[in-house]
Design a protein around this ligand. Sequence first.
Ligand code: NAD
Length: 427
Amino acid sequence: MHVTVIGSGYVGTTIAACFAAFGHEVTAIDIDEEIVAALNDGRAPIAEPGLDDLLETHAGDRLTATTSYDAVPESDVTFLAIGTPSNEDGSIDLTALEGAAGATGEALARKSDRHLVVVKSTVTPPSIPDVLEPAIRAGADGNDAVEVGTNPEFLREGSAVADFRNPDKVVFGTRSAWATDRLAAVFEPVLDAETPVIDTDPQTAAMIKYANNAFLAAKISLVNDLGNICKEFGLDAYEVMDAVGLDDRISDQFLRSGVGWGGSCFPKDVDAIRAAAREGGYEPAMLEAAVEINDRQPARMIDLLEDHVALDGARIAVLGLSFKPRTDDVRNSRAIPVIEGLRERGADVVAYDPVAIEAMRARVPDIDYANAAEGALDGSDGAVVVTDWDEFAALDDEFDAMNEAVVVDGRRIVERREGITYEGLTY
Ligand code: NAD
C-alpha cells in the first residue's frame, strides 16, 4: 500500500518508519525542512531506540519525506500525526492539526475515488465532527469520496518502535467496513491472533485514548498519594505497593511512587479532557485531584531537600531532565518545576541528563549544565534524582565529590550507603 503520514514528530516518524518496515510505500510530510532533510538522509529527528536503524534501511527506498502534500491523492490512506498541545486554559489547541486537515482536504479536492484520512493525533471526541471533518471537507471542496476515521496511538516514548510493532491493542474508529478493511490492510503485519482489535466509531476511538491516559495518570497520582502517606508513617511505599500489585484487579504496573507524571501526553491529555468535560457541563473531580497531587510532588521533593540543606545560595545537582528515561523529550518533564522550585528558593542549579541537555537548554537556558553526572555532583551541596536513567543507578564514588552528600531520590535508583544522607521521596 501507499501510505502518507503527515507530521514527522515522535509519532509520525515512528509510524512512517514502521509502515515502511511493514513493506508499505510511505511518504512522510512535514512543514519543517530540517526534519524532512534528516529523514531523507536516514536520520531520526528525535532520539528513539531502533528508529535510526529503520530509517537508515528504508529512507530513499520505501520511505521518502517531503514538505509537499502532492503524495496525498496518490496514496491509499493518509494519517494525520500532528501535535495537539494545550491552550492556556488547558483545552486542546487544534490550530496545527486543523491547518494540516485543511491542506489534506485541498490535496484531495480533485480526487474522485474514495480516500481515507485517519486522525492519528489525540483529539477530544467533539473536535472530530466540530472541527476536523469540516476542515477536511472545506479543503476538499465538498468531495464526498473523502472518509474520516481515527486510530489513536498508544506507543510510549522510549520504546516507541517496539510498542508500535507489538501493540497491546489496536483501535480503529471508522464509519464503514471499507475504512476498517483499509486500516486492517495497513496494520496487517501486527494483527496476529493475539492482538485485540477494537473496531468502533471515530469518537469512541478518540475517547478510548483519553480514558486510557486519564486512567494511567490518575493511577500514578493515587500511588503518589499513598506513597506520601507511607513516607509520613516512615513506611516503604514500594514494599506496600508491590504487595498491592499482586491483586489481579490492580496489576503490578505503574505502582512506583515518585516525582509525578509528565511528558508530552499525560498532562495535556488530562487537561484537554477536563476542559472538554467542563465545557460539556461536567466537573471531573477525580481528574482534578490527580492533577493537584501531581502538581505537589516537585515541591515535596524540594521540601525534603530543604530539611537537610539551606537552599539559598546552595549548589544543587539535578540528575535527569527528560520526562522519563530513553528519550530526549523534556515536554512537561517534572525536572522543569523541580528546577524552577529550587531557583525560587535561591539555589544555583547544575543539571545533567544523558541525552536531554540540549532540549532542556532550549527551554531553560540560564542554569549550569554538566557533561556528566560526576561533573554535576562535584562540589554540589545536594542532589535530586528526577529521571530513572540506568546510569544513575551505577553512581557511587561520585557522591563523595559533593560538598554535602545529600540525595533526594525521586525514583529510588541510588543505592543507600554510609556517607550519603539519603531521602527517598516516598520511602
Ligand atoms: P510532535 O510535535 O513531535 O510532531 C508534530 C509534527 O507535525 C512536527 O514535526 C511539526 O513540524 C509537524 N507539523 C505541524 N504542522 C504541520 C502541517 N501543517 N503539515 C505537516 N506537518 C506539520 O508531536 P507528537 O509527539 O508526534 O504527537 C502527535 C500526536 O500524537 C499528538 O496528538 C499526540 O498527543 C499524539 N500522541 C503522542 C504520543 C507521544 O508519545 N509523543 C503518543 C501517543 C499519541
